[in-house]
Structure formats: structure tokens, C-alpha cells
Write a protein that binds this ligand. Sequence first.
Ligand SMILES: NC(=O)c1ccc[n+]([C@@H]2O[C@H](COP(=O)([O-])OP(=O)(O)OC[C@H]3O[C@@H](n4cnc5c(N)ncnc54)[C@H](O)[C@@H]3O)[C@@H](O)[C@H]2O)c1
Length: 263
Amino acid sequence: MAIMGMDKKNFFLDGQTAIVTGGASGIGLSTVRLLSSVGAHVIMVDINKELGNELSEKFKSEDKKIEYIYCDVSSEASILELSEKIISKKVSIEILMHFAGIGLEKKFINTSLDDWNKIISVNLTGSFLVTKEIAKLMIPHNYGRIITMSSVAGLRGGTGRAAYGASKGGVIALSKVLSIELSPYNITVNTLCPGAIETELVKNMHDKETRRVFLQNIPQKRYGFPEEVASSALFFTLPGSSYINGTVFPIDGGFNSSGIIKK
Ligand SMILES: NC(=O)c1ccc[n+]([C@@H]2O[C@H](COP(=O)([O-])OP(=O)(O)OC[C@H]3O[C@@H](n4cnc5c(N)ncnc54)[C@H](O)[C@@H]3O)[C@@H](O)[C@H]2O)c1
């Protein structure tokens, strides 16, 4: 296999098309903006039609190559519709970032089967179904960069994270298998594990006490910002990142690697 020379074009995405699920808010939206700024055509996928359409108008007025497609990632029918819409556009898809997700902080003993099923169906089953359909579009082109979204909750135990942590741990296991099975098609799969990032999801999921305990245990003593996750996501999709596969990457101000922290 010929290895490309490393020059600055390996740090841009000109001519590539990226799908970002959960692209209308938080980490997804920051990533949509960043991918577009380095030359990618971006398809922003989200269940929130109002936000998606509003953003799509805004991006059009800014002359950005970012479009919105509705999809509910917990529905196979909706994902098949998404895939058909993409096929009808006759574009090749080089990048998939699967960031659509929902949160829940509820003690295990109070978690209902409905709570469990809802979290698993969006965060884990959604990752499986979306990645399967989009990988089918990548395989004939023999190229792809897939980024899946886990969390530090998929790496470590935490109060109230039975369903959420299980869904995110599942994403890690799924992604490791995909990184093997898709490798023959020149498709890499890497997983991000953000810690506490200031987004709508966290506004609803973290109460005052969760914030206090998190801050106490983060060496950098602050929450992260969506842009700080977007830059890592971009890194894994760059043409020059071709030999990074199957990794699980924390973006958490040092939370995952720390033990006791003294003043
Ligand atoms: N914010 C954090 O601290 C944090 C930490 C670790 C992991 N994550 C993960 O990052 C991802 C993005 O979360 P965020 O914090 O940016 O939250 P967010 O709420 O700002 O964004 C999530 C987006 O996903 C969309 N979405 C939800 N359900 C969907 C569905 N069924 N189909 C399609 N789209 C759907 C929402 O409409 C929203 O636009 C999630 O997977 C989340 O679990 C977030």
C-alpha cells in the first residue's frame, strides 16, 4: 500500500462528505461547523426538525455547504429513509460521526424498563443501525472514517449511570468489533469518551451535586466545551490519521486517568 506524502493537504477535508448525527446541538453542532471550516460538505442529521431547518437556513445564508436531513436514530425505518436520501444525492460518504444521544441520571434501583430501553435504543442500537447503513455506502468506495460516541460513563462507574453507562460501554465494544470487521475496506473506527462537557444534555442531566463532585474529580477543575471535543473528532477523520484504528479516546480534563487529587 502506498503511503501518501505528509503535507498540509492531509489536514484538510476538501472534496469529502461527512455525516454528523446529533448535528443540530452541542458537540455535534460544533463538529459540523469545524468540519465545514476545513472544507468538508456536511450532512447534519438530527431528530430536532425545528433546529435542523433553522440551522440549515442560517448555513445557507452564510454560503456554507451544510445541509440538514431528519432522522430518528432509534428507528430502523427512519435510518433506511436517511440512507435512501443520501444514495439519491449520488455523493460518496467519507466520514460518519455518530453523535446523536440522550442522557439519564437515575439510580439503578429506580430505573424502569422504559428508561432502560429508551437510552439503549438511541445511544447503542442507534449506533449499530446508523453505522451499518452508512458503512454499506462506504465499502464500495474502499474508504471511510467512522467516529462513535461513548463517554467516560462507558469507562467508569458513576452514580445514576446504569442505563447511560451500559449504553456507552456497549458503544465501545461495538466499535472495537467494527474496527476489525471494516478494516479490510480501509475504514477506520475510533471512539470518543468525553467527560463533562457544557451542552444541553448536561444541563438536564447534571444537578448541582453532580457538578460539584465532577469538578472535584477533574484535574483541570472545569467542564469542557463542545469545541474541545470537535477538534479531537476532526483529528481522527483526517487523511493523515490513517493508522489510528480501534482506539477509545477520553476528552475529559484528566478525569479518567486520575485517582486522589490533593490541593
Ligand atoms: N455533554 C457531555 O458531557 C457528554 C459527555 C459524554 C458523551 N456525550 C455524548 O455526546 C453526544 C452528543 O451529546 P451533547 O452533549 O452534544 O448533547 P445535545 O443534547 O446538545 O445534542 C444531542 C443531539 O442529538 C439529537 N438526538 C437525540 N436523540 C436523537 C435521535 N433519536 N435521533 C437523532 N438525533 C437525536 C438531539 O436532538 C441533539 O441535537 C451524545 O451521544 C452524548 O451521550 C456527551
